[in-house]
Design a binder for this molecule. Structure first.
Ligand code: MG
Length: 161
């Protein structure tokens, strides 16, 4: 068993699509980033990389590399799920918490699970929670979104048993 944690945050910006967990969410602003700034996918990706002991998301997908400009982060997550598999691990569990004042994300949680399951993480092994920051700090001021995630990896053999 291996445990990893991931954290990510992105600033809101005008003229950007809001993509969270591979789902486009109708909103007046999106998140700023080199890629599509999918804050949930980034946190989950980092949690898996952490559990693998292979550094962080920046090591694998440097934001100085034009290859990742406007990249679909769900594809980056998919490649890290494949990397876990190549290292003999299966994703046993992912839990995550998205923290934002707006928009309300609960109507999109199931869609996010379905989108993320396309990376190879079974939908039944993903939990996504959404909450506000009770008006406090940068999140409370509506400046951006943060996500915390944890991932538990198990050896492939134990998942088949
Ligand atoms: Mg990020």
């Amino acid at each position: 068993m291996r445990l990893g944690t991931g954290y990510d945050s992105h600033r809101f910006a005008e003229g950007r699509k809001l993509i969270i967990g591979g789902v486009e969410i109708p909103y007046e602003k999106g998140l700023l980033g080199h890629s599509d700034a999918d804050v949930l996918c980034h946190a989950i990706t980092d949690a898996i990389i952490g559990a693998l002991g292979l550094g962080d998301i920046g090591t694998h997908f440097p934001d100085t590399d034009p290859k990742w400009k406007d990249a679909a982060s769900i594809e980056l997550l998919k490649s890290i799920v494949e990397l876990a598999k190549m290292n003999g691990y299966a994703i046993a569990w992912v839990d995550s918490t998205i923290i934002t004042e707006t928009p309300k994300l609960s109507p999109y949680i199931e869609k996010m699970k379905v989108a993320i399951s396309r990376t190879g993480i079974p939908a039944g092994r993903i939990n996504i929670k959404a909450k506000t920051n009770e008006g406090m700090g940068f999140i409370g001021r509506g400046e951006g979104i943060a996500v915390h995630a944890v991932c538990l990896l198990e050896t492939e053999r134990s998942t088949m048993g």
